[in-house]
Design a protein around this ligand. Structure first.
Ligand code: DWN
Ligand code: ZN
Length: 433
């Protein structure tokens, strides 16, 4: 495949008609952190989202080759403690509720550095699958056998012939990243035992629309899923959505429990109703979303320009992939942010794609206290504000850019808790505890 192509068919229902919703413009892949010597080799690609008129699935207009993104991947699950804790809880749930014997096989598609499977590798057979060889190396060192591959039907048949059926197949933050989902879901269906469970988490489009998390839009994320569009695809393959949970990860994600048999729980019906109530099947909702993004862009740029004019020192805190969409789309560069701190060793010493802001270890904040930190990893706001309490007492103020730009004063310690009281997500949470 050439480096990128325009998507002509919906990957969920094969529909061919789309509404264009938001055009971010050209930017490099969001995880393509780079050395200064490689600036002149950097490539940018068009980025925009469209809505399928038929199944109302929100998806990228352009698809870039997965090899460009995943072969040398900077993102490490272990760099975010709250995420590791979240996946360890899921690993325990899988082992307690679904594994019946130590011979049962649990497979993770997109296993990254093995953070989840390493937790249960002594309770059952485990197998990781991930195309990023650098991450797979860490997983194997942690005792998680890992295939450095892209998962597809062909690979599922090979695994089944060598290791038999899987009792559980888990996939977190993967099913938004794969263009041919039909092939991957068919491969899962074939590899799963008759009573097996397919458990996968994806960022929920309800959160993107409501919390304005437009920065989740980048080339890795081909789809912005609703339970509705996932159910269309799973049902078309003869699979059932048995249960669903909303989990407070990456803003808010849906965790789907699917199988080759069984019925759907009350929670499935309630979330489907909630999605209709939120307007997720209504084109106008998506058109209003893009207007909200534009207004937020103006507010943040105005605030940052004023702070710089007042001589304030501003840095970035966290160098997530989503942060690069925000920085590129809002055109925020080193003239505004002196540097960006991040806990991921493979990002430190490199520069952000497109905006070329240096990424450094958070230790620098102890020696060089800035006035403001733009919290690009806003999805971990509560944990980070708690962790940086001492620096905040010394005067460091955090700016949260999404959904509405806001400066967090020391008194307001749980910005997201307060926010959740007013967001539709609390409606969803009330429905799906
Ligand atoms: O699908 C994906 C999403 C779900 O996760 C992948 N495309 C890659 C990744 O996207 P992301 O980079 O936006 O994810 P995170 O987990 O929001 O990234 C957080 C970043 O912030 C990491 O680089 C680590 C950093 N961090 C930090 O510097 N200090 C995180 C925490 C909690 C901290 O205290
Ligand atoms: Zn569709």
């Amino acid at each position: 495949m050439k480096k990128f192509k325009l998507k002509k068919r919906c990957g969920m229902c094969s529909g061919k008609d789309f509404f264009e919703i938001l055009n971010i413009g050209e930017m490099p892949p969001a995880n393509a952190f780079l050395e200064k010597k490689d600036f002149d080799k950097e490539e940018s690609f068009p980025l925009g989202v469209q809505l399928c008129k038929n199944c109302k699935s929100l998806q990228l207009r352009q698809v870039i080759s997965p090899k460009l993104i995943f072969q040398d991947y900077c993102y490490a699950t272990r760099a975010s403690k709250p995420l590791v804790e979240h996946f360890h809880r899921l690993a325990e749930e899988i082992a307690n509720n679904y594994v019946q014997s130590s011979n049962d096989l649990v497979i993770e598609i997109g296993s990254n550095d093995g953070a989840l499977l390493s937790k249960i590798k002594d309770r059952c057979r485990v197998l990781g699958i991930d195309p990023a060889s650098n991450m797979a190396k860490t997983a194997i060192q942690e005792g998680v056998p890992t295939l450095v591959e892209f998962f597809d039907t062909k690979l599922s048949e090979k695994i089944k012939s060598e290791m038999k059926e899987a009792r559980v197949i888990v996939a977190n933050n993967v099913m938004a990243h794969i263009e041919d989902l039909r092939d991957v879901f068919s491969g899962v269906k074939k590899l799963l035992s008759p009573e097996g469970k397919f458990i996968f988490e994806v960022h929920w489009v309800g959160n993107l629309l409501n919390e304005g998390g437009f920065d989740q839009i980048y080339h890795e994320h081909l789809y912005y899923h609703s339970l509705h569009s996932l159910q269309v695809l799973l049902n078309s393959l003869g699979m059932t959505v048995n249960d669903v949970k909303l989990v407070p990860i990456h803003g808010e994600s849906i965790r789907v429990y699917a199988g080759n048999s069984g019925t759907s729980s009350e929670a499935v019906r309630k979330l489907l109703d909630c999605e209709i109530e939120m307007g997720l099947l209504d084109t106008k909702t998506y058109q209003n979303f893009s207007k909200k993004v534009e207004s937020n862009k103006g507010k943040l740029n105005k605030l940052l320009a004023k702070l710089k004019k007042d001589g304030k020192k501003i840095v970035g805190y966290g160098a997530p992939a989503k942060g690069n969409t925000l920085l590129n789309y809002f055109k925020i560069g080193p003239e505004i942010l002196d540097y960006i701190t991040d806990t991921t060793p493979s990002k430190q010493g490199k520069y952000t794609p497109g905006t070329h802001i240096l990424v450094v270890s958070p230790e620098i904040l102890l020696k060089d206290l800035p006035d403001y930190a733009l919290l690009l990893s806003w999805n971990y706001a509560d944990a980070i504000l708690e962790k940086e309490k001492e620096l905040r007492k010394k005067g460091l103020k955090f700016i949260i850019p999404v959904p509405e730009v806001r400066i967090v004063e020391l008194c307001n310690d749980k910005p997201f808790e307060n926010l959740a009281n007013f967001s539709i997500n609390s409606v969803a949470k009330a429905i799906i505890p």
